[in-house]
Design a protein around this ligand. Structure first.
Ligand code: AMP
Length: 220
């Protein structure tokens, strides 16, 4: 299956993507994770992306599209993938359609995670992520690790993302409303959108997502 996950920052896209990708046996492709990997490796791309990400803005399309295309062309992604954080605006959605068309493929579904705005700010301000595996996500109040600063799953160091400050979160939300939300209408016109609430326990949301995806016919 070829799936796109959309939703505001803090909707739990990364967490849900990791569970769903495992369940569907397809790779989880997160452009945010790819940029963060470039930053920690000190690549030229990472150096270019860092200031933009810290400001809560979008990295330019040409850079992002090339990076996403390269990842989608890896052998593990030939039978499908779950995209998390890409596309993030209509030009990227159009570019994705073109990339898929060349291979004779189409998207199967666009899973839209809905969450109220006040909840987003609360979730992100307390979010702590494992340096070893970004799908290991904790929250200082809602799901604290057993030992402060240490991942319960793998012992990795927990950190707060540089762009998770309240000011940057508000900027990222603005960017989401103005640039990313229009892709939901773009995909709605193609009959691909399934919307679910992202509130509740992680496992409940995963189950909701699986049920919603089952309703969507497989395209190619
Ligand atoms: P995320 O981990 O998906 O929240 O992404 C973190 C940051 O990476 C975003 O706020 C953007 O600065 C950048 N980023 C991730 N994906 C994209 C994309 N598809 N287009 C442009 N910038 C992106």
């Amino acid at each position: 299956m070829r799936i796109v996950l959309v939703g505001p920052p803090g909707a739990g896209k990364g967490t849900q993507a990791a569970f769903l990708a495992k369940d569907l046996a397809i790779p989880h492709i997160s452009t945010g994770d790819l940029f963060r990997a470039n930053i920690s490796q000190g690549t030229e791309l990472g150096q270019r992306a860092k200031a933009i990400m810290d400001a809560g803005e979008l990295v330019p399309d040409e850079v992002t599209i090339d990076m996403a295309r390269d990842r989608m062309e890896q052998p593990d992604a030939v039978d499908g993938f779950l995209l998390d954080g890409f596309p993030r605006n209509v030009p990227q959605a159009e570019a994705l359609d073109e990339i898929l068309k060349v291979e004779g493929h189409q998207l199967d579904a666009v899973l839209d995670l809905e969450v109220p705005e006040e909840e987003v700010v609360k979730r992100i301000a307390g979010r702590r992520i494992c340096r070893k595996d970004s799908s290991h996500v904790f929250h200082v109040t809602y799901s604290p690790p057993k030992t402060e600063g240490v991942c319960d799953v793998c012992g990795g160091e927990l950190y707060q993302r540089g762009d998770d400050s309240e000011e940057t979160v508000r900027k990222r939300l603005d960017v989401y409303h103005v640039q990313t939300e229009p892709i939901i209408d773009y995909y709605r016109a193609q009959g691909l959108v399934v919307t679910i609430s992202a509130l509740g326990e992680v496992t409940e949301v995963t189950q909701r997502a699986k049920d919603a995806l089952k309703q969507q016919p497989e395209a190619s």
